[in-house]
Design a protein around this ligand. Structure first.
Ligand code: NI
Length: 173
């Protein structure tokens, strides 16, 4: 069955994802499918829960879906050493029709492994730091709309409920 992008309020997006104990063919296949879906939907980052798999796997390509020059796969990524503060406008393939500014750390340190089991230790800033915080939040069941004001969130939830009602009505009309 082909995987699709899960959207809020799908419960898999609120689950805490499990660590990957071994990179198997299944994990490699999942990473390949995630990169494909990420590019197909014009994304620069994707986390496994967004395709319905609650495991700690992230794909990234900051060069974007047109260039596709810098695909990266992170297994069990962990961030530490958060420093500074920035506000960045974010959107998410799992949060339809919404973008807003989210407070993030300016710099983070990334620890992870790649699909070959090589250790990654990297100091990150700029877009990479923001993207990593967004994607690793997904692994902890957190969406960027969990980090905005209660008022903004309530307004967005109202829109989502309206869309869901419309979808439920459509087939019978
Ligand atoms: Ni996202």
């Amino acid at each position: 069955m082909a995987r699709t992008i899960r959207t809020y309020p799908d419960p898999v997006l609120a689950q805490k994802a499990q660590p990957i104990s071994e990179v198997t063919d299944t994990i490699r296949q999942l990473a390949a499918e995630m990169l494909e879906l990420m590019y197909a939907h014009d994304g620069i980052g994707l986390a496994a829960p967004q395709v319905g798999e609650a495991v700690r796997l992230v794909t990234l390509d900051l060069s974007g879906p047109k260039k596709r020059e810098a695909p990266r796969v992170l297994v069990n990524p962990v961030l530490s050493g958060h420093e500074g503060q920035v506000e960045s406008e974010e959107g998410c393939l799992s949060v339809r029709g919404y973008r807003t500014t989210v407070p993030r750390a300016e710099r983070v340190h990334l620890s992870a492994t790649d699909l070959e089991g090589n250790a990654i230790e990297e100091d990150c800033d700029g877009l990479l730091a923001i993207c990593l915080q967004h994607e690793i939040d997904h692994l902890d069941g957190i969406l960027f709309i969990d980090r905005i004001s209660r008022l903004k969130r309530a307004l967005y939830d109202k829109r989502v409920h309206k869309w869901i009602k419309q979808q439920q009505r459509t087939p019978s009309e």
